[in-house]
Design a protein around this ligand. Structure first.
Ligand code: NI
Length: 167
């Protein structure tokens, strides 16, 4: 297992649009395992390949308490259902910031596994929120984009200050 380096906002690489995966198999399965391991170590409940500077359409999520419900979704396509509901979100690329975001309450997910098998399932609650958040990353979009520009600029300044202090 390898713990991968997570990019932090406002790193412009987080704005890259990911391309569809075409090569499935052992190498992708290894990357999926590394993505999950990196997410658990952070610790977090979701991580997109974009966040570790790999610009292919792969996300890892596990919203269980005991790390026993891992999903690695490749080329995910979402269908949104139901009303919008507001949930407080955070992001491993925006450390220490939590803000409410409105998203669809239920989704249908079509994707492939890293081995290339087609899967489809429905999700609601935190899992639905998390998958929508991670799929945004693949488009180069961050949860702070849903906030006011004033709030976003405050967050950017705060994180840039923290990054300078660490450097
Ligand atoms: Ni995120």
């Amino acid at each position: 297992m390898t713990i991968l380096n997570i990019l932090h906002y406002p790193d412009q690489r987080l704005r890259t649009k990911a391309v569809p995966v075409t090569d499935f198999g052992p190498e992708l399965e290894q990357f999926g395992a590394d993505l999950l391991e990196t997410m658990y170590a952070a610790p977090g409940i979701g991580l997109a390949a974009t966040q570790v500077d790999v610009h292919q359409r792969i996300i890892a999520v596990d919203v269980s308490e005991n790390h026993d419900d891992p999903h690695v979704l490749v080329n995910p396509v979402l269908t949104l259902h139901g009303e919008l509901q507001e949930t407080e979100e955070g992001c491993l690329s925006v450390p220490g910031i939590y803000e409410p975001v409105r998203r669809a309450e239920r989704i249908t997910v079509a994707a492939r596994t890293p081995a290339g098998d087609e899967i489809s399932f429905e999700a609601d609650g935190l899992l639905a929120v998390c998958i929508q958040h991670e799929c945004d990353h693949l488009e180069g979009k961050l949860f702070v984009d849903y906030l006011s520009s004033l709030k976003r600029s405050r967050i950017r300044k705060k994180l840039q200050k923290q990054q300078k202090q660490r450097a």
